[in-house]
Design a protein around this ligand. Sequence first.
Ligand SMILES: Cc1cc2nc3c(=O)[nH]c(=O)nc-3n(C[C@H](O)[C@H](O)[C@H](O)COP(=O)(O)OP(=O)(O)OC[C@H]3O[C@@H](n4cnc5c(N)ncnc54)[C@H](O)[C@@H]3O)c2cc1C
Ligand code: FES
Length: 255
Amino acid sequence: MIYKCDGIVIDNEPLIKDFIYLMKIKETKIAEYAKPGQFLEIKTGTLPLLRKPISIFAVDKVEGTISILYQVKGQGTKNLSQFKIGQSIDLMGPLGNGFAVEKFNKKCLLIGGGIGVAPLYDLGLRLKEVGNEVEFILGFSSKETSYAIEYFKELGPVKIATIDGSVGVKGTVGAILEDYDLTDISKAYGCGPEPMLKYLKTIEDEVDLELSLEAYMGCGLGACLSCVCKMNDGDYKRVCKEGPVFKAKEVSFDE
Ligand SMILES: Cc1cc2nc3c(=O)[nH]c(=O)nc-3n(C[C@H](O)[C@H](O)[C@H](O)COP(=O)(O)OP(=O)(O)OC[C@H]3O[C@@H](n4cnc5c(N)ncnc54)[C@H](O)[C@@H]3O)c2cc1C
Ligand code: FES
C-alpha cells in the first residue's frame, strides 16, 4: 500500500552543517508498512515542482516514526534542511521493492558509499532482528565528510574507507573488499554511487549480492519512465517500481 500523507517533523538535525541532515518524522501509516530499502517521494516546497526520492534510514513502528538521512545537493534537499520541528511535510510512500530480509546461514555484509549508506541502517537492524550477524563496509571521501558511523556501530563491526585516507583504509570500499574473506558471507548488499556499484559487480560470482540503484526520478510511481535502467538481458526496468533493489547479476552498467 502506498500512502500520500502529511507527516510532522519531530527533529531535523545537521550531522554536518549545510551538508548532511537527519530528519525524524511522525507518520504512523508509512512507518507501519515500510520495508528496508524502500523510499519516500517528498514534496519539499513549491519549487522544485517534482517530489524528491529519499531512502528510509530508520523506522520505529511502535513510535510511528520514520527517519531520513539526506545530503544537501540542490534546491529540494536545501528546502528539506530548512524544515522546522512541528512543521508538516508532504510524503508519498513507502515506494519501491526493498531488500530481501531473511535468516541466512552465514553473515551479511552491507556496503555503502557516501549518502548510499542511508538505507543500510534499517536493513542492518531488520537483518539482526531475524537472527543474522551483520558487518558494514562504508566509504566516504574524507574524515570531515563521513557521518552516521556510530549508528552502524550499534549493529555490528564497521570498516571505513576514505579516498584521502584521513580515516580507515585509504581508497574506495574496493580497497577493503580486495582483502575481505567473502566465504564467510551468505548475502551482501550495496548502495552508493554508480562507480561503486560497478565495482561491486566484480564480486557478484563470489557472493549473493543485491544492489540498490539511484536514478533521476520523475513521478516515482512507474508512469513516466524517467528512471529506467538497463538489465543484462537487454530489457529496461523502472528503478522506482521494479527497483530500486536488483540482483547484481540482473543489472548492466554498459551504455
Ligand atoms: C531511490 C533513491 C533513493 C535516494 N535516497 C537518498 C537518501 O536517502 N538521501 C539523499 O540525500 N539522497 C537520496 N537520493 C538522491 C536524492 O534523491 C537527490 O540527491 C535529490 O533528489 C537531489 O535533489 P535536489 O533538488 O536537492 O538537487 P537537484 O538540483 O535535483 O540536483 C543537484 C545535483 O545532484 C545531482 N543529482 C540529483 N539527483 C540525482 C540522482 N538521483 N543521482 C545522481 N545525481 C543526482 C544533479 O545532477 C545535480 O548535479 C536518492 C535517490 C533515489 C533515486
Ligand atoms: S520515476 Fe517515473 S517511472 Fe520511475
